[in-house]
Design a protein around this ligand. Sequence first.
Ligand code: SF4
Length: 507
Amino acid sequence: MQKIILSKPFEQDWIRMFTHLANLFFEETKISFDAEEDGIYVDVHVEQDSNNRFSGSAQLRQNDKAYWASFEEQVEMNVTEKERARQLKRVYSHVFLDVLEQLTGTTQSWGILTGIRPMKLYHKYRQLGHNCEEVKKILMENHRIAEEKCTLLEQIEKVQIQAIPDLHAIKDEVSIYIGIPFCPTKCAYCTFPAYAIHRKNGRVESFLDGLHEEIREIGKWLTQRDKKITTIYFGGGTPTSIEADEMDALYQTMYNSFPYMDEVREITVEAGRPDTITPAKIDVLKKWGIDRISVNPQSYTDETLKAIGRHHSVQETIDKFWLSRNMGMNNINMDLIIGLPNEGVEEFQHSLTETEKMQPESLTVHTLSFKRASEMTRNKEKYKVADRETVERMMQLGEQWTKENGYVPYYLYRQKNILGNLENVGYAKPGEESLYNIIIMEEVQTIIGIGCGASSKFMDPVTEKITQFQNPKDPAAYILTFEDYIDKKIEHLERIFPEKVTVELDR
Ligand code: SF4
């Protein structure tokens, strides 16, 4: 645990901000204000000077070493109190990060950003009317983001706007997420609602009864309000863990319940675990016109798959990919994870070489993150993972390989405790991007979550304020309470999309 002693007390959310920044450099940090304690001492100040500039400075001392940083920024005028506080925090972050970079010799390519959606910031500046060059300058100077990351964001924005030209004008439509919380077994790094599927106790059937009901009720509301659906995404768990006839019945209910199904721009079904894919299930997907699926190898090394508890072989991934392709699945996504236990550059290169033979329409390259609730985090010492330089090298290999194979980056997100403080990037062949992935990452419209663990995001189309709402994760709790959750979701929908009142004028 690294102690950092600040020269003056700050409120809790500021301490959180300093801790997040310090955690980019140290495994765990504790911020304190007790000058008597041993640790890194940081004197950090920001003041508003007579020229209306925020002027920040930081001095860091550890043993006999001292580092100093300063930064100035024009105070933004005509902004809300909240935005002013945000700017102030940015200046504090800037100088705090600067002295920590000097101390550790580590440069953070994402600068002071600790959130998961850097693209949202990019879109925000573009929406404010800045051109690409201006945004780049702001991100590099004010947020300390490295030039290559700014270029990546710029590239992604172009692809997103090409894929969804009305990206910032779909606030009156909604997307739907349907969560099916079962998998053949639980992977070691997983924190999704995923329960090993056991067919004996009727839990799957009871869950599906509730899910059908939720789809019908939400569909009824959308129909009454004449709402259009932009995209539908089946996730989980692994939605292809259920039987082919159960999938068929579910899609039937979806088509019977949701309005304007012929105008939905995309339907995706995650088939992440190759061991769940069968010819009968692909026939069902084809019957309902669904051709975007995910078949997720994660790695092409059998020992790694065993170590992370996936219980399927590399050969099975390859076989199920070709089965899906040959049966007419035209848009297949594959996921790879950088930094899985015992994997280095050689193993990742091997994964890329194997992927090259299949040429999926899209490839998402994740960097392993140690999520708090996962088996891998609880037993961290059991898993040997690559160091920062190796992870960076693998990331570069991924970038180079995707470029050589005609893929473009189209969405990006970061996670807490991600190896090397890097990012997850979705690449796609031009025109094959997942629209749902763009919509959920950029938070441009309401997403209604249906099913277990499904998270809804209700975005007020006027204020753009987002309210999150979570369905129960555990199927047993879902079965007992889903009706209440339907009511609560409809209340949220009524609030953000109030019924239009037509006033008849007396003539
Ligand atoms: S297949 Fe996906 S959802 Fe299922 S346990 Fe593994 S990581 Fe979790």
